[in-house]
Design a protein around this ligand. Structure first.
Ligand code: SAH
Length: 262
């Protein structure tokens, strides 16, 4: 698309993080942008309670994409945002969590800028922080880990060898591993971590639909994670956490005992 000059009459497009679920976790700036928006392009991970904060006059366009389902092509989303913004509307691109955490936010910013539009990014609380914290897991507790790695468990369908996370390197890193989109490939990725030397006894957690009324979680070990996820039928969206910090989770003992009894 040919870049054109930014127009002073156009509003910047706001790329806003809606947080993991509960609207209490929105930033004040996100709330202001949601209330002022005239057109909202929304992902399917955005909580309906957040959308309810929009003006009743706002036009809501769902452009979500979920793993395995037919999705709205990314190029179409770009074109729609550009068209609406050029018509002079206050356009809000609302994304679950933080817009720059695995949300294709960067590609959208590039497309908008290439079209000569101004973009404002409003950070949100990412699920990778909020989900572990919701059950008391401090992802960088220095007594257990020197840091944290946020990684995807779902590499691009067309990913070639060497693309996607280097599980063997992560296994040796000592970092807490926070894995997004990991449910579908949990068996393979936990096997790779153990093959690279990470102990099967390493504490592990899965937190599904964090900060929503449907939240559920399980605590077990790396070696049990894939089987436990299947046994307890935890559904997407879920965050996986692997590392000693998981031992800090609230009620770990009670939950692990329940896990062992199940
Ligand atoms: N931008 C989002 C992440 C988009 S990728 C963010 O910052 O949170 C989508 C993945 O995020 C899901 O597959 C899941 O792994 C995770 N996720 C999003 N919302 C979640 C929630 N409420 N609870 C648990 N995991 C969630």
């Amino acid at each position: 698309m040919k870049p054109s000059k930014p127009s002073v009459y156009l509003h910047p497009v706001s790329l806003v993080g809606a947080g993991p679920g509960d609207p209490d976790l929105l930033t004040l700036r996100a709330l202001k942008r949601i209330q002022a928006a005239e057109v909202i392009l929304c992902d399917d991970l955005v909580d309906p309670r957040v959308l309810a904060l929009a003006s009743p006059q706002a036009r809501l366009l769902y452009v979500g994409k979920r793993g395995g389902c037919v999705s709205v092509p990314q190029r179409f989303i770009h074109e729609l945002m550009i068209r609406e913004a050029r018509s002079g509307a206050r356009v809000l691109r609302l994304k679950g969590g933080d817009p720059f955490m695995f949300g294709r936010g960067a590609e959208e910013v590039d497309a908008l800028r290439a079209a000569g539009l101004e973009v404002e990014v409003v950070s949100g609380i990412t699920a990778g922080m909020a989900a572990p914290a919701s059950i008391g897991i401090p992802v960088t507790d220095r007594r257990h880990a020197p840091g944290v790695a946020f990684v995807t468990g779902h590499s691009r369908a067309e990913a070639g060898p060497g693309e996607g996370p280097d599980w063997a390197a992560l296994a040796r890193s000592g970092l807490t591993l926070v894995i997004y989109m990991g449910l579908a490939r949990v068996e393979a990725l936990t096997a790779s971590l153990m093959a690279a030397g990470l102990s099967a006894e390493t504490p592990a957690a899965a937190i599904a639909s964090a900060h929503t009324p449907q939240q559920s979680q399980l605590l077990c070990t790396l070696g049990e994670l894939a089987a436990q996820l299947q046994a307890q039928a935890l559904c997407s969206p879920a965050i996986l956490v692997i590392g000693q910090v998981v031992s800090q989770a609230q009620g770990l003992r009670e939950l692990s005992l329940a896990c062992a009894r199940a």
